[in-house]
Ligand binder design. Structure first.
Ligand SMILES: NC(=O)c1ccc[n+]([C@@H]2O[C@H](COP(=O)([O-])OP(=O)(O)OC[C@H]3O[C@@H](n4cnc5c(N)ncnc54)[C@H](OP(=O)(O)O)[C@@H]3O)[C@@H](O)[C@H]2O)c1
Length: 120
């Protein structure tokens, strides 16, 4: 039986590469991004469900996991790549930028396993 993998941040980078690299023979892929209407590549792949998710919105994560379960029956693994790095000097206060990065990349307000149904 195929396993289902939920992947966040799939509009570019590691997330997109993960969706493309996982073999559709063994894995069903639930790819999430903030702007699915702009996606032209992942939407053409077999067994890929592309849906919208901003990981800062907790309720959206819960809604999304329900959509994935309705389609695939379960979520077997989470690849949470949604996030961003901080480089260089910015005028915005450091603490605010760091807090925002922590929320998006790590915190349990986003697509944290704690907001999803238990993974097997
Ligand atoms: N690449 C590396 O060598 C490396 C090394 C260490 C750590 N990392 C970290 O690993 C993560 C992924 O890296 P990457 O190279 O794949 O970066 P990337 O190409 O910039 O991809 C990041 C993805 O996260 C999405 N994203 C950002 N904020 C989001 C939000 N609030 N909700 C949902 N999606 C959001 C972006 O979507 P949008 O297109 O909508 O902005 C984009 O699809 C980043 O946190 C990065 O800092 C990367």
């Amino acid at each position: 039986m195929k396993k289902t993998v939920l992947i966040t941040g799939t509009s570019s980078g590691i997330g997109k590469a993960a969706v493309q690299a996982l073999c559709c023979k063994w894995v069903e892929r639930h790819a999430t991004m903030r702007t699915p209407s702009a996606e032209t590549e992942l939407t053409t792949l077999d067994d890929v469900l592309v849906t919208r998710l901003d990981v800062r919105i907790r309720r959206a994560s819960i809604r999304l996991s329900r959509a994935g379960i309705a389609r695939f029956g379960n979520i077997d693994a989470l690849i949470n790549t949604a996030g961003f790095a901080l480089f260089g000097i910015s005028k915005a206060p450091h603490e605010r930028r760091s807090r925002r990065q922590f929320d998006v990349n790590l915190s349990d307000s986003g697509c944290h396993p704690g907001n999803l149904p238990p993974l097997p």
